[in-house]
Every structure is written in structure tokens, then in C-alpha cells.
Design a protein around this ligand. Structure first.
Ligand SMILES: NC(=O)C1=CN([C@@H]2O[C@H](COP(=O)(O)OP(=O)(O)OC[C@H]3O[C@@H](n4cnc5c(N)ncnc54)[C@H](OP(=O)(O)O)[C@@H]3O)[C@@H](O)[C@H]2O)C=CC1
Ligand SMILES: CC(=O)N[C@@H](CCC(=O)OP(=O)(O)O)C(=O)O
Length: 344
């Protein structure tokens, strides 16, 4: 299979290369760049010397449509312009940005502050939360890969909302991310001297993933919700830990909550239900496509603490994108994604 990556020089692109390099169905990998076409990829990233020395190519419609699968890992606002003319030309497209996730164009424009993708292309995009939407992903010409935070939040919350074990009307979600979530472009907010030994909240009540999480809860669990969702930057490179708080429905027990998670994900290779609080943390999923989920009922308050943990660059981006490619192409979901977490 011939595969291409647009935005290969970014963090998402680098992670796509790491996994696709050892994917047994991928025979070639073409790397496209908007700013460094003609430059050797390994000249930019010397750790890939001897592996990806060829020059990067300019983003070109004719070259892209010769490929079987193309991943776009570019900032918001790029693929809404780039991909519409490429859809349904025979190349399977997987977009890692937020441009095709929100079906409501007005919501995208409000939360991203950019012009939304054309409605006819948007309506063809399939939201690629693989564990919840594999049937639709299988036939998709364009997959909108979920945001990193929504992946951790939704995989942990959706089963409990869908099975009416928690009250969705008052969801409070507190999420933390490593700095690689902000991509490889340096900025004041990600400067070493300002992130090291610092722990900060950002985009308070204004994060662009709020409407994405609300849309998915409505789509997969049938509940219309208004969530409180906040994000924090942690001085580490990889990982997201999202903690949600919700009132359980009357009479619901800890055993029922845990059983619901186990039953939902019994056949999903990448979601692991953790039952010990001490066993949940970002280093247990680092570098891997796992999402660990955990729930603990506080009998005193009747509220549950629900946790989802991922590596933002893998299950939150490149790994889930490849999982979606595997579904689109009819391969086992785990193909090319069998890696052991780094842990230390
Ligand atoms: N980092 C993360 O944890 C996650 C990121 N995402 C999303 O995935 C996408 C990629 O993220 P990430 O890799 O971190 O971002 P980076 O900033 O690291 O990389 C983005 C790449 O996009 C390319 N690019 C920039 N501007 C343009 C343009 N105008 N036209 C075409 N290409 C452009 C650049 O490559 P070049 O100059 O070579 O073209 C750049 O290297 C983003 O939309 C992000 O929000 C989603 C989930 C998690
Ligand atoms: C730490 C950090 O800055 N993380 C980014 C996550 C980016 C992302 O996944 O955003 P998209 O929806 O545009 O794909 C953020 O909070 O905006």
C-alpha cells in the first residue's frame, strides 16, 4: 500500500512515520511539506538518517491522488481548504486536525475562529473515535480523527452515560496535557523556562474541544449535555490524564460501573480497564496506542471519579489515525500498532 503524510515535519507527522515504518501493509511512505519541499527529511530530523533521506515533496493534488491512503497532520484551517477537492478520488483521507470534526459549521467558526470546511465535504466526513464508530469508519472516504483530549474523555465517559449509570446533566471534566500537545512550533506558552516547574490552566471554559466532546456524547450516548471542561499544561512531554466528576444514578454501585467499562471494551484491544487507582498514570501508556480507563464511586457523596489516560501523540493523534486506516482498509485494528509502552 502506498501512503502519504502531509505535515510530516510536525509532531503528529513524526509519530505517523514511527508507526507506519513498521506497518506490514505499507510498502512506501511519501512525505509532503508546505515549507521544506526539496529538503531531505533526515537533514531536518537526523535521528531518521539512513531511513528517510529522500527530499520531501511539495503538496500536489496529482501526487496525492496516486496514493492509497493520505494522512493530513496540519494546523486547523489547512485541510478545510486542501481536502475537499481530494475526497472521493480513490485515496482514503485521514485528517488529524479539527477541521472536519464538528458537523455544525457555525460551531467550528465560533470555537476555532476560522472559516469552516464546505458543508458538502463536512457531511461526508466520519468521526474516527474508532471504538465507537468503526462501522462508519470502514466505509469512510474522509476520517476526522478525534482531538487528543476528547479521546481520553470520551472513551472513559461514554459507556457510563450510554448505560445511564451517571447523570450527564452536570459533568465536570478536568484535563491535563504534556507540552507536545501544542505541536512543534515554539511559542511563549511552551517555552522551557515558562513551562518547566510550572503547572497552569489555559483556555479557561473556551477550549475548542468542548463542542467536540458535547457532539460526540450526543452522537454515541444519546444525551444532550453542556459540559464544564478545563485544560492544564503539565511540565512533561507526552501524555493526557482527564478526570471527570459525575453524580451516579440512584442505586448504582461501584461493581456496576466497573462492569460497564469491562463489558463495553471486552473486544477492544486498545482500551484497558484499570481497577487500582495506583495503576493509572501517563507512563503506563506512553508511546503506545493504549487508553487506560478507571472509575471509582465515592459512596459518601454519590459522585464518581472517572479517568481516561492516553499518549496525546499516539492514541490522541497518530496511533488512532492508523487504527482508523486499519479499519478503512480491512486490516486488524492492531496492525502496526503492537508496541509496549515506554513506562520510564
Ligand atoms: N500534538 C498533539 O498532541 C495533537 C495534535 N493534533 C492536531 O493534529 C494537527 C497536527 O499537530 P502537530 O503535529 O502537533 O502540529 P505541528 O505544529 O507539530 O505540525 C504541523 C505541521 O503542519 C505543517 N503546516 C503548517 N502550516 C501549514 C500550511 N499552511 N499548509 C500545509 N501544511 C502546514 C507543517 O509542516 P510543513 O511546514 O513541513 O508543511 C508542520 O510541521 C493539528 O491540527 C493538531 O491540532 C491532534 C491531536 C493531538
Ligand atoms: C497542550 C496543548 O496546547 N494542546 C492542544 C491540543 C491541540 C489539539 O489537539 O487541537 P485540535 O482540536 O486543533 O486538533 C490545545 O489544547 O489546543
Amino acid at each position: 500500500m502506498k501512503v502519504g503524510i502531509i505535515g510530516a515535519t510536525g509532531y503528529g507527522g513524526l509519530e505517523l512515520i514511527r508507526f507506519l515504518h513498521q506497518h506490514k501493509e505499507v510498502e512506501s511512505l511519501q512525505l509532503f511539506s508546505s515549507s521544506e519541499a526539496g529538503e531531505s527529511f533526515s537533514a531536518k530530523y537526523p535521528h531518521l538518517e539512513g531511513l528517510y533521506d529522500a527530499p520531501m515533496e511539495a503538496i500536489d493534488e496529482a501526487a496525492i491522488t496516486k496514493l492509497d491512503v493520505v494522512f493530513a497532520s496540519t494546523p486547523a484551517g489547512v485541510t478545510s481548504k486542501l481536502l475537499p477537492s481530494l475526497v472521493n478520488k480513490g485515496t482514503k483521507l485521514i485528517d488529524l486536525s479539527g477541521d472536519f470534526r464538528l458537523q455544525d459549521r457555525a460551531l467550528y467558526e465560533e470555537w476555532y475562529g476560522k472559516e469552516a470546511a464546505p458543508a458538502d465535504t463536512l457531511s461526508q466526513s466520519v468521526y474516527g473515535l474508532t471504538e465507537w464508530n468503526a462501522d462508519a469508519v470502514k466505509d469512510a472516504a474522509l476520517v476526522a480523527n478525534p482531538g487528543c483530549y476528547p479521546t481520553a474523555v470520551l472513551l472513559s465517559l461514554l459507556p457510563l452515560i450510554k448505560h445511564r449509570l451517571i447523570d450527564p446533566s452536570f459533568l465536570v471534566i478536568d484535563a491535563k496535557s504534556g507540552v507536545s500537545g501544542a505541536g512543534n512550533k515554539p511559542s511563549q506558552g511552551t517555552h522551557f523556562s515558562e513551562t518547566n516547574e510550572n503547572f497552569s490552566i489555559y483556555k479557561v471554559n473556551k477550549h475548542q474541544h468542548i463542542p467536540e466532546i458535547e457532539q460526540a456524547i450526543s452522537m454515541f450516548a444519546g444525551a444532550d449535555v453542556s459540559i464544564t471542561f478545563n485544560t492544564h499544561l503539565v511540565p512533561m512531554t507526552r501524555g493526557i490524564l482527564a478526570t471527570s466528576y459525575a453524580q451516579v444514578m440512584p442505586g448504582v454501585t461501584q461493581a456496576q460501573l466497573v462492569a460497564c467499562l469491562h463489558e463495553t471494551y471486552a473486544n477492544d484491544p486498545f482500551v484497558r480497564v484499570v481497577t487500582e487507582a495506583g495503576a493509572i498514570g501517563t507512563n503506563r501508556v506512553k508511546g503506545s496506542n493504549f487508553c487506560d480507563v478507571f472509575v471509582q464511586l465515592d459512596e459518601r457523596t454519590g459522585r464518581a471519579t472517572i479517568v481516561g489516560v492516553i499518549d496525546n501523540l499516539v492514541k490522541g493523534a497518530a496511533g488512532q489515525a492508523i487504527q482508523n486506516m486499519n479499519v478503512q482498509c480491512g486490516f486488524a485494528q492492531t496492525t502496526g500498532l503492537h508496541v509496549v509502552p515506554l513506562f520510564i
